[in-house]
Write a protein that binds this ligand. Structure first.
Ligand SMILES: [Zn+2]
Length: 243
């Protein structure tokens, strides 16, 4: 595994730093891989806080930076909201352009509500239905897997493995107003709720993982030592995206 942070936001969505400034921070923190995955296809954000309407411009801009970048590999991603209330029906996604990207993260799969309110549960079967349309790595962003698939650990591990969907182990940036990580339950990052049973099924089925901070400010960019440790301690496998 190379030191990475694949869940970050820039001024192309609701992040504070421009891509170039975030890249500077990533180099300063000795990351080997930086994944920028600004928001798209979400009604929870106004148009200027997401890349939905300017996917092409976003992609081309990052592609140009990536071409000349030295000492750090840039991965071009997008975080797609598939919640039933705010997100897009996956079957309506523009697959052709998405397939130019390096990866896609889907957020709110099988999530009824988040810490900030109801989002509406969309079943992972709707991702599976379109999985063949995407030729790039596909993952679940900051999913509270233990809660969303409680007592279905074997089922979810089987699905993730069979359809090559990785999971993000997120050690999330502190939320400016809440004082805890953005995506946490009872003050703990979701991965810290994983039971032995869940971890065992993920390992047995060969489900792969990547790490991210959901950086919006750059302050916590790449601060992933705890999750890197969790992964190696539990013999989880990293996805090839970060190898
Ligand atoms: Zn995010």
């Amino acid at each position: 595994m190379r030191r990475h942070d694949i869940h970050t936001h820039t001024t192309y969505s609701d992040g504070l730093l421009s891509p170039k400034d975030l890249i500077k921070q990533a180099k300063y923190r000795n990351l080997e891989i930086l994944g920028i995955c600004d928001h798209g296809f979400s009604k929870k954000l106004i148009d200027t806080y997401q890349v939905t309407a300017n996917l092409e411009r976003y992609y081309n801009y990052l592609k140009e930076i990536k071409r000349t970048l030295k000492g750090l590999e840039l991965k071009i991603g997008i975080e797609i909201d598939v919640s039933r209330i705010y997100g897009i029906n996956p079957s309506q996604l523009p697959f052709e352009i998405l397939n130019r990207f390096d990866y896609v993260l889907f957020e709110y799969v099988n999530t009824e509500k988040e810490y900030w309110g109801e989002v509406g549960n969309r079943d992972i079967s709707e991702i599976i239905d379109i999985r063949n349309e995407l030729e790039i790595p596909v993952g679940l962003a900051h999913n509270d897997i233990q809660q969303n698939y409680n007592r279905k650990e074997l089922e979810i591990a089987t699905i993730l493995s069979q359809y090559e969907i990785f999971i993000e182990i997120q050690e999330s940036e502190l939320h400016p107003r809440r004082g805890v990580g953005r995506n946490t339950r009872e003050g703990l990052d979701y991965y810290l709720h994983f039971t032995k049973k869940l971890v065992q099924e993920l390992v047995n089925k060969g489900v792969t993982v990547v790490c991210g901070t959901d950086s919006h400010t750059g302050e916590f960019l790449g601060k992933l030592d705890n999750s890197f440790h969790f992964i190696s301690e539990n013999n989880l496998q990293f996805h090839k995206l970060v190898k």
